[in-house]
Design a binder for this molecule. Sequence first.
Ligand code: SF4
Ligand code: SF4
Length: 245
Amino acid sequence: MILAWVNDICETIQSFVGGMRTTAHYFVENLRDEGGATAVTRQYPEHAAEVIGDRSRGHLVNDADRCIVCHACDKACPVDCFAMDGERDGNNKMRASRFDIDLSKCIYCGLCVRACPTGSLSMTTGFQVDPREAELGRYLFRRSTPQLDMRLDAIEIERLRGLANTPREELAPADRDWLDEHVDPAGRHLIGIFGLGYFTPEQKAAADAEREAKKKAKDAAAAAAKAKAASPGGESAQRQGEPGR
Ligand code: SF4
Ligand code: SF4
């Protein structure tokens, strides 16, 4: 009993000393400003991280072309970040026509990435979430609550990206008004849009027509095969005339 107690105390002191040794190592390294990539504490944003682990959870992105709108991520998300719609393309395959991720709610738990069956959702190693950054401005927009339900087509998305990446003072008044209608600079929701507006109305009409034509051709081929089988001298008649029938 006493021996176990002494043993516990020794192990506690040992782990405490080990932890303090690591802390002291980084503390001195940082004091000398020679930590480089190994330093744990860095002054951000003056010194951004130089080494980011492969398993870090930075930006959540969706490769919309691979998304089948199965809603698995939606069901896995504990804080209800996703809003999505799907439409069928010419090959009858579901494609995302809208895919919003409300990053203001996201807790970067990664559950959606694990649930995604197609690998279209992933976390990148990027970690700076500032829509004013040119690179991020391509897909991060702040939107107010009514704007969240405003649907945009592909052309509008391109326009949004272009305008969002242009300094506000350089925008023409008409462009600035249009941008303010769709993006709220002081909005509460930081939205990552990736598949939003996958189809323009024209693309959707063409996809619907192509799918309908393929279905009609398939139905016609099936009807012709059935008629041929039922006709005198057809497959079924031939089978009946076979010896032993
Ligand atoms: S990472 Fe964000 S979007 Fe994905 S499940 Fe977690 S909270 Fe939801
Ligand atoms: S991102 Fe993945 S899990 Fe979410 S709807 Fe698309 S395919 Fe399904």
